[in-house]
Design a protein around this ligand. Structure first.
Ligand code: NAD
Ligand code: MG
Length: 388
């Protein structure tokens, strides 16, 4: 049966990888809507190629520019703009599946809308589950759709847990693998530049998640994500550095058995899994050639040089709004680093200060989350004298 898809964040690294998989299966998938923040030309190019019914630009000032860019390419998609349009295309009755691939808490509202509407939710936007885990899980339950993780670690765990009964899951432990990022063996972190931080050894990704990988905050966010998606307490989630990025994560069962999911480091594999589940489709990813792999190695994360991992564990254990605060502070600090206003080594202390200064009650609604997020961002700007 033909699946109709909305891609939130179509012009990004995940959005483009998904479209690459989708283009290989025109008989299975059709695009209802593609969205972007401000890349009008890139969005119009995609609209001309994939012919969605609707193209949405989130920045409302760019609507007429988008309309003109579509017209000049002969693309027939309707141009829409603004945040309300993101929500509309996420919950439209014409859509079966929504890929949540916006970066940051900015993706929360349309992602929750898709969950509430019972769509199959392909979740890449980890910040949405970090800042509003309980609300997102409840929205998926109310909506009656299913959530399929795209993040490679969570996708790996989903694969390892497929067919495992609830009772056996309860005795299991999760082992998230991490590449260690570009600075695993580098000492002078003071002088790191944004381009160096974004040059990931194994994955090509957007700039925000690349910096998160370099600080290990990405793994911290993923610990919180795993806790919500698989109902696991912090003490049963472990992180191990595995520089080759071949094992994408593992599940250890009560009897000592460990299941691992392996593959080339290519996001098209988890995207194809989530798109086709429970079937399997060709993704375009290179086959693993075991004769070329050499050794697979593992080591403990260096928690002293990369304290962000522990801040995430602490936020998860603290509960309430701590993960929302952690995420907001991190987004502000990472953006400041990318803009050249903050040193790499100041990212972690900024987050620590904001976590110490803010302790709001647990959010009970999406509006609460947005308010806590806003306050934590303000605090992060104050803490580091980052205001322009
Ligand atoms: P990216 O920066 O390459 O793309 C982000 C997309 O979101 C773009 O289409 C952009 O136009 C849109 N966007 C940005 N800000 C927006 C806003 N305020 N409102 C609406 N749209 C906005 O990012 P990415 O690397 O594709 O990552 C997307 C998400 O997927 C992130 O949450 C990231 O953590 C997660 N993820 C990415 C990878 C990867 O390999 N890139 C792997 C796992 C998880
Ligand atoms: Mg990941």
């Amino acid at each position: 049966m033909m699946q109709s898809i909305t891609i939130l964040g179509a012009t990004g690294s995940i959005g483009l990888s998904a479209l690459d998989v989708i283009a290989r299966h025109p008989q299975r998938y059709r695009i209802h809507a593609l969205t972007a923040q401000s890349s009008v030309e890139a969005l119009a190019d995609l609209a001309a190629r994939f012919k969605p019914a609707i193209a949405v630009i989130a920045d409302p000032a760019l609507e007429s520019q988008l309309r003109e860019a579509l017209r000049s390419r002969g693309a027939t998609s309707v141009a829409r703009a603004g945040r309300a349009a993101l929500v509309e295309v996420a919950q439209s009755a014409e859509v079966d599946t929504v890929l949540a691939a916006i970066v940051g808490a900015a993706g929360l509202v349309p992602t929750i809308a898709a969950a509430e509407a019972g769509k199959r939710l392909l979740l890449a936007n980890k910040e949405a589950v970090v800042c509003a885990g309980a609300l997102l899980v409840a929205a998926v339950q109310r909506g009656g759709g299913e959530l399929l993780p795209v993040d490679s670690e969570h996708n790996a765990i989903h694969q390892c847990l497929a067919g495992v009964r609830e009772a056996e899951r309860r005795g299991a432990r999760l082992v998230l693998t991490a590449s260690g990022g570009p600075f695993r063996t580098r000492d002078d972190l003071e002088t790191v530049t944004p381009d160096e931080a974004c040059a990931h050894p194994n994955w090509v990704m957007g700039r925000k998640i690349s910096v998160d990988s370099a600080t290990l905050m990405n793994k911290g966010l993923e610990v919180i994500e795993a806790s919500w998606l698989f109902g696991m307490p912090a003490e049963r989630i472990e992180v191990v550095i595995h520089p080759q990025s071949v094992i994408h994560s593992m599940v250890e069962f009560a009897d000592g058995s460990v299941l691992a999911q392996m593959g080339s480091p290519d996001m098209r594999t988890p995207l194809a899994y989530a798109l086709a589940w429970p079937e399997r489709i060709v993704s375009g990813a290179r086959r693993l050639d075991f004769t070329q792999l050499g050794a697979l190695t593992f080591e403990a994360p260096d928690r002293r040089r990369f304290p962000c991992l522990d801040y995430a564990y602490q936020a998860l254990l603290r509960g309430n709004a701590a993960p929302t605060v952690l995420n907001a502070a991190n987004e502000v600090a990472v953006q400041a680093f990318l803009d050249g206003r903050l040193r790499f080594t100041e990212i972690a202390p900024t987050i620590e200060r904001v976590l110490a200064a803010c302790d709001p009650a647990a959010p009970r609604s999406v509006e609460d989350v947005l308010e806590i997020d806003r306050e934590a961002r303000e605090r992060a700007l104050d803490c580091t004298a980052l205001r322009a």
